[in-house]
Design a protein around this ligand. Structure first.
Ligand code: ADP
Length: 398
C-alpha cells in the first residue's frame, strides 16, 4: 500500500533543523504534503534560513532521509521527493528534488533528470555523465596561471566537505593530474571496457597522462585531441557524483572550445592572475563560455599575494585586479588564493590534502582562502541548479 500523508507527517516530526527549538511539524514549518504513488512533495516555511542555500540543502537532505527510512520501515520505497522552501505568501524560495535511480538509490535530480518519469523528451547528457549532478569546467585564458592547481584544490575541498567528487584532466597537452593528485605508479584499471578512476585524496580522477606515454599528449592536435578527450569522458566509470571538476586546456582555441561545447556543463570557473595581461586573456575565456551558452559560476584570482613563511604579505602582481574585472563583467567573484611555498611544494609532492591542514601563518591564510572559495562556489552551484531547473520541464505532483 502506498505511503500516506499521515505517515509522512509523522516521519518529518523527527526532523528539527539546526537552530530551531522544535521539529518541523510541531513548529508548524511543514505547510503542505502531497503524495502521488510514493512520490512525495512537501512545502516548508523556514524564513530564518531563506538566504542560506546550504542550510536549506541540509534540511532537505534530512527530510529525504527521514521519509526514505520511514518508508523502508513501512515496507515501501519512495521513488521521488521534492522539498520546496516557500515564503509566507507561498512563493518558492528554493527547491530540492530527489529521484530514485534505476537501482533505487535516491539522489538529487538535476535539470535533465527531474522530469524523467514522464518526460516526453529531454536532452540526454553524455551517457557516462548521466550520474553527475554538477559538471564544473575550470578554464583559463592562458597557461601557467594555476588552473590545474585550482581545479585540484576545488575537487579535494568539495570531497572533504562530504561530496562525491570526480576530477577529469582535460588538459591533454600537459596533463598534470598524475603529479598533482599523487597518482605515482598507479596503473589504470579497466573493468568491462571501462576505465576505473583513480582514488586519491577522496577524489576519483582520470587523466590521459596515465593512458599514454608521458611525452605523447603534447603532440596531439585537433581531431586527435578531441578523440582522446571524448574517450576519456565516455569510457570512464564515474558512477554517481555530486561534482565532476574538469580541468580544461588553457586558452580559447579550438580544443577547449569543443570540449566545453560537447559536455553538459553546469558552469565554468575562470582562473586568472592579477596582472593586466592575464586579465585580458581571461576576458576572452569568459566570452568563449558566454558564446557557448555556458554559465560562468565565477572568477578566481590565483597568486593574489605572496605569503611568506612568517606571514608577511607581498603584493607581487597587484592583488584585487581580478575582483575588479569580475565586477566590470558582472560576474561572481569566487575568491583569491595566495601564493605560498607550501602550496607549490604540496602540489609537486601530489599532496593537496596538506593544503587543508596545518596552522603556520601561510597555511592559515591559505585554508581560509580555500574555505571562502568553496563556500562561494557551492552557493553559485546551488543558484545555477535552481536557475537551470527552472527552465526544465518538471514533474507535477498533485
Ligand atoms: P596551469 O594549469 O594554469 O598551467 P598550474 O596549476 O600547473 O597552472 O600551476 C603552475 C605552477 O604554479 C605549478 O608549479 C603550481 O604548483 C604553481 N602554483 C599555482 N598556483 C600557486 C599558488 N597559489 N601558490 C604557489 N604556487 C602555485
Amino acid at each position: 500500500m502506498p505511503i500516506s500523508e499521515e505517515q509522512v507527517r509523522r516521519w518529518l516530526s523527527a526532523v528539527t533543523p539546526t537552530g530551531e527549538s522544535a521539529d518541523l511539524v510541531s513548529a508548524k514549518r511543514l505547510e503542505w504534503v502531497s503524495l502521488l504513488d510514493n512520490a512525495v512533495a512537501i512545502k516548508l516555511h523556514l524564513p530564518d534560513i531563506r538566504d542560506e542555500p546550504r542550510a536549506m540543502e541540509a534540511v532537505a537532505g534530512a527530510c529525504l532521509e527521514a521519509v526514505r527510512q520511514g518508508a523502508i520501515r513501512a515496507g515501501e520505497r519512495i521513488r521521488a521527493m521534492r522539498v520546496q522552501f516557500v515564503d509566507h505568501d507561498g512563493g518558492v524560495v528554493r527547491e530540492s528534488s530527489f529521484e530514485a535511480s534505476p537501482k533505487g538509490v535516491l539522489r538529487p535530480a538535476t535539470e535533465a533528470t527531474s522530469s524523467k518519469p514522464h518526460a516526453q523528451q529531454s536532452v540526454e547528457p553524455t551517457p557516462t555523465l548521466a550520474g553527475v549532478k554538477h559538471a564544473i569546467a575550470v578554464g583559463a585564458g592562458k597557461g601557467g596561471v594555476g588552473k590545474s592547481t585550482v581545479a585540484v584544490n576545488i575537487a579535494v575541498g568539495l570531497a572533504r566537505r562530504g561530496s562525491a567528487v570526480g576530477l577529469l584532466d582535460g588538459d591533454i597537452y600537459g596533463p598534470s593530474l598524475p603529479t598533482l593528485m599523487g597518482l605515482g605508479a598507479m596503473e589504470p584499471n579497466v573493468l568491462e571496457g571501462k576505465f576505473q578512476p583513480f582514488m586519491t585524496h577522496g577524489v576519483k580522477s582520470m587523466t590521459v597522462g596515465k593512458l599514454v606515454e608521458a611525452d605523447k599528449p603534447l603532440i596531439w592536435r585537433g581531431p586527435m585531441a578531441h578523440g582522446a578527450f571524448k574517450q576519456l569522458t565516455d569510457k570512464t566509470e564515474w558512477g554517481e557524483l555530486d561534482h565532476l571538476v574538469i580541468d580544461l586546456p588553457p586558452g580559447t582555441g579550438d580544443v577547449p572550445l569543443t570540449m566545453a561545447q560537447n559536455l553538459k556543463l553546469t558552469g565554468a570557473v575562470i582562473v586568472c592572475t592579477p596582472q593586466r595581461v592575464a586579465q585580458d586573456d581571461a576576458v576572452r575565456a569568459v566570452k568563449m563560455f558566454e558564446q557557448l551558452g555556458v554559465e560562468i559560476l565565477g572568477v578566481v584570482e590565483n597568486m593574489s599575494v605572496f605569503v611568506a613563511p612568517d606571514g608577511a604579505e607581498y603584493d607581487i602582481f597587484g592583488r584585487g585586479g581580478v575582483q575588479q574585472m569580475a565586477q566590470r563583467l558582472g560576474l561572481p567573484f569566487l575568491g583569491s588564493l595566495p601564493m605560498t611555498m607550501d602550496l607549490r611544494t604540496n602540489s609537486d609532492a601530489g599532496d593537496p590534502s596538506a593544503n587543508f591542514e596545518g596552522d603556520s601563518p601561510p597555511q592559515a591564510r591559505l585554508r581560509k582562502a580555500l574555505d571562502d572559495l568553496l563556500n562561494n562556489l557551492e552557493s553559485q552551484l546551488a543558484l545555477a541548479s535552481v536557475r537551470q531547473a527552472k527552465t526544465a520541464p518538471t514533474l507535477t505532483i498533485r
